[in-house]
Structures are given as structure tokens and as C-alpha cells.
Design a binder for this molecule. Structure first.
Ligand code: BEZ
Length: 210
């Protein structure tokens, strides 16, 4: 069955570069980014994994734990890590799942047979503290992902959960946000005592809460 937004994130046990991981126990009540890459020792993947390693402070600041995956065995991940460190300048500092039997890839629909029936596509799942899937992205093998965008989505989701706001087109941290349409005027007055710019009854703009 295809996973959709709001679904529970399937739990699994997997061999990783940091030992056996029971996903939900490893994640605890943090956010998680579970992402797959097609193949070890490939160029785009090398740049992605190095970049993600360099974002460690950004993930810590957002209480996000990161875990990678491909259908390569853990030993290949370990051998490849040296190349990533040398060419990208960052040591991979998060676990990489070795999934040669495609167990986790199958649970998360990371193999799209009409694209490639043996390798995972570039999937990203953002999973919240109560293990619900909040973002699903699928990129083709030949296109490296924009992990700044994925951090931006995490920022947006965390603002929504904390403050009942949505973020408009091309929003960046610090820009104005929008009161959720599900919040009525009475609730909005309590949540935003400073008021809002009511451009339409459904378009109520407020400064980003801190
Ligand atoms: C890459 O990481 O460069 C790559 C992997 C699979 C197919 C195409 C590119």
C-alpha cells in the first residue's frame, strides 16, 4: 500500500553504519528525515550525502534525526564514506541503512520499477515526533535534491504545529505567515492578540511567531 501524508511511519529494524537500528526507538520523540539514494559510489549521491553531513548543526537545532538508505550493503556504505569525506569535506555523521534485501525500501515504496527495478529512487520522508509522515518527496536518480528546501519544510511544519499558522509561497524564516483557515476569529484573537492583516476573511497575515 502506498504511504501518504498523515500515515503512521512504518517501524523497522535495519543494519546500518551505526549498528542495528530499531527505527522508532532510535528516533524517539524527535523529528526524522529518512531518505534514500540510488547507489553507493555514484556522483550525485556523493554530493548529497556530503552536504547532508554538513547540515548537522541545522538538524540538531530543529530536533531532527537523519538516516539514509540504499540497497547497498553496509560494508559498501563504510567504504564509500571515505570518498565522501575526501571529496565533499564532511564526514558522514548519520546512520546509513544497508538494505540489500529491499525490506525498508519496500515498506516505504522507495523502488519505482518503471524508473529502475533494482535501485531506490531519491525518496525523502519527514516524520514528526508522533511518527506521522508529514512530507514525501520523490526525485529522479539524475537530480540531486535541495536539502535547504527540506529544512524549510521542517521549519514550516514546526511552525504549524506550534502556532497554528501556514507558510505562503516561497516563504523563508522571518517572513510573514498565514493563520490556518481552520482557526476561527475567536481563536485567532486569542492566539494573535496583536491582530492580523485581513486581506480576505480566509487570508489573514501575521508576523512569524518566534
Ligand atoms: C548519481 O548519484 O550520480 C546517480 C545515481 C544513479 C543514476 C544516476 C546518477
Amino acid at each position: 500500500m502506498t504511504l501518504q501524508l498523515g500515515d503512521p511511519a512504518p517501524d523497522f529494524r535495519a543494519d546500518t553504519t551505526q549498528g542495528l537500528v530499531d527505527f522508532h526507538s532510535w528516533k524517539r520523540d524527535a523529528w526524522a528525515i529518512l531518505f534514500s539514494h540510488p547507489k553507493d559510489f555514484t556522483p550525485v549521491c556523493t554530493t548529497e550525502l556530503g552536504y547532508v553531513a554538513g547540515l548537522v548543526d541545522e538538524f540538531v537545532a530543529r530536533n531532527v534525526r537523519v538516516i539514509g538508505l540504499s540497497v547497498d550493503p553496509v560494508i559498501d556504505h563504510e567504504l564509500w564514506a571515505a570518498d565522501i569525506a575526501e571529496t565533499q569535506g564532511h564526514v558522514v555523521n548519520f546512520p546509513m541503512i544497508g538494505d540489500p534485501d529491499c525490506v525498508v525500501a519496500g515498506l516505504y515504496d522507495m523502488i519505482h520499477p518503471n524508473a529502475d527495478d533494482t535501485q531506490t529512487v531519491r525518496s525523502v520522508f519527514v516524520i514528526d515526533p508522533v511518527n506521522r509522515i508529514r512530507l514525501i518527496l520523490t526525485y529522479p536518480a539524475s537530480t540531486g535534491r535541495n536539502f535547504e528546501e527540506i529544512l524549510r519544510v521542517v521549519d514550516s511544519l514546526q511552525l504549524t504545529d506550534a502556532h497554528q499558522v501556514a507558510t505562503p509561497v516561497n516563504w523563508k524564516v522571518g517572513d510573514d505567515v498565514i493563520i490556518l483557515p481552520t482557526i476561527d476569529a475567536e481563536q485567532a484573537a486569542q492566539l494573535f492578540p496583536g491582530g492580523w492583516d485581513e486581506q480576505r476573511p480566509y487570508l489573514r497575515v501575521v508576523p512569524q511567531p518566534r
